[in-house]
Design a protein around this ligand. Structure first.
Ligand code: PEP
Length: 253
């Protein structure tokens, strides 16, 4: 049985002062508790400070994005090497806001995943369908394409380091959560796709998180589903009390 993994995406929210306060509170609240794995994704400019606070804790730190190149003339971008140097262990890649607001495509996402892996950063690889795609009965095609294209040339030993997050775009920041059974069905499809592309044991061991309007009230019923290994939380991760509550309700001891 896997320990649930809950990770909070702060997006472009909080201030450095509030982020530091949040990280200290989280570290203290989770001290000695090993029934859960947990993490936060602060904005770039907070990462160094937050990593320092959470250094010897059971809370990991992820960046919200990286560029696909390790260094070079890419004004305004931040590289995997920089993220790694300040202490991040994970990075979000392919978040729906990156795909849809910043027009990132599958091949760019694939390049970022490979770059992250090459510097020992663990990608949290996000996939998810839009509302019109679900309504047209295309959810599985969309998810399969995102997975296959995003993981092109990623070896099985590298896939072990990746966390997948299923985030239906229609559920992100909308207050509309996927029904637990709806989410579980897609998670199961993701595992089958990984089985077909790699192998069954790997598919079984890989973490697949659900994201999309998760709150303390629905967290438990989502993680009670057999294929849901944890949660990627946006809006409800910005308030310390609600994020801690989510962690507490899904914690296995
Ligand atoms: C997210 O940003 O990954 C997310 C799931 O957001 P929210 O929880 O606010 O829907």
């Amino acid at each position: 049985m896997k320990r649930p993994f809950v990770i909070g995406n702060w997006k472009m929210n909080l201030t450095l002062v509030r982020g530091i306060e949040f990280a200290k509170l989280l570290k203290d609240s989770l001290h000695g508790k090993d029934g859960i794995m947990c993490g936060v994704c602060p904005p770039f400019i907070f990462l160094k400070e937050i990593c320092k606070i959470l250094e010897d804790s059971n809370v990991c730190v992820a960046a919200q994005n990286i560029h696909s190149e390790k260094y070079g003339a890419y004004t305004g971008e931040v590289s995997a090497l920089m993220i790694k140097e300040v202490g991040c262990t994970h990075v979000l890649i392919g978040h729906s806001e990156r795909r849809h607001i910043f027009h990132e495509d599958d091949s760019f996402i694939n390049a970022k995943i490979k770059t992250a892996l090459s510097v020992n950063l663990k990608p949290i690889f996000c996939v998810g369908e839009m509302l019109d795609e679900r309504e047209a009965g295309r959810t599985k095609d969309v998810i399969r394409n995102q997975l296959v294209r995003g993981l092109r040339d990623v070896r099985a030993d590298q896939l072990k380091e990746i966390v997948i997050a299923y985030e239906p775009v229609w559920a992100i920041g909308t207050g509309k959560t996927a029904l637990p059974e709806q989410a579980d069905e897609v998670h199961s499809f993701i595992r089958n796709t990984i089985t077909n592309e790699y192998d069954k044991n790997l598919a079984k061991s890989i973490y697949i998180l659900y994201g999309g309007s998760v709150k303390p009230e629905n967290a438990k019923e989502l993680t009670d589903q057999s294929e849901i290994d944890g949660l990627l939380v946006g809006g409800a991760s910005i308030l310390f009390e609600s994020f801690l509550k989510i962690i507490e309700v899904v914690s296995k001891g």
